[in-house]
Ligand binder design. Structure first.
Ligand code: GAR
Length: 191
């Protein structure tokens, strides 16, 4: 029998993409299980949500470690204990280092709220809004050592209406993210 794939979701904030993935699993449209939620922000909403769902969590404060290698060694241990097959970055606002990249080569996926390679880095929605582009969107890509530079897996465009305030654009992007991420993970797991 085919084994259900185990996902580790990494997030730093609200966790609306975590919610979308979790909902897709509950709805049966994503055939996977979240076996670990990792956060670098102990007070993040995503950790509260994960705990309410009874999911295993690994929370760390980067400031209490001498460097990235040391906390990533602990993350890898937690991932192995959770028997994670894939790492799903969902608003994890930190560059992944060599320790984690080598342990999960080709198995780390990220979502970014722009049409990469445009608007890399922080506040991609604000960058697009301020640039006045008429089309932006969402990218799902493999993670490498760069910032938002790995091989692109899926993209979807979002039109920036002339009437949009920044918050409207953020909501339009989120609607696309919450559909595209679970669907893309599902098709990756089928390969
Ligand atoms: C999402 O829009 C995601 O694309 C973005 O952070 C947000 C997290 O929202 N990620 C990046 O900017 C990565 N460079 P969420 O916590 O509600 O899922």
């Amino acid at each position: 029998m085919k084994k259900t794939k185990h996902l580790a979701v990494f997030a730093s904030g609200t966790g609306s993409n975590f919610d979308a993935i979790q909902l897709a699993i509950e709805a049966g449209t994503l055939d996977a299980a979240i076996t670990l939620v990792v956060s670098d922000v102990p007070t993040s909403a995503v950790i509260d949500k994960a705990k309410r769902k009874g999911l295993k969590t690994f929370v760390f404060d980067p400031k209490s470690y001498p460097n990235k290698r040391v906390f990533e060694i602990e993350i890898v241990e937690a991932l192995q204990e959770a028997e994670a097959d894939f790492i799903i970055l969902a608003g994890y606002m930190r560059l992944v280092g060599p320790t984690l990249l080598h342990a999960y080569e080709g198995k780390i996926i990220n979502i970014h709220p722009s049409l990469l390679p445009s608007f890399k880095g922080l506040d991609a929605i604000g960058q697009a809004f301020d640039a006045g582009v008429k089309i932006t969107g969402v990218t799902i890509h493999y993670v490498d050592e760069g910032m938002d530079t790995g091989r692109i897996i899926a993209q979807e465009a979002v039109k920036v209406s002339d009437t949009y305030a920044r918050g409207d654009l953020q909501r339009a992007i989120q609607v696309v993210e919450h559909q595209l991420y679970p669907a893309t993970i599902q098709s990756l797991l089928q390969q």
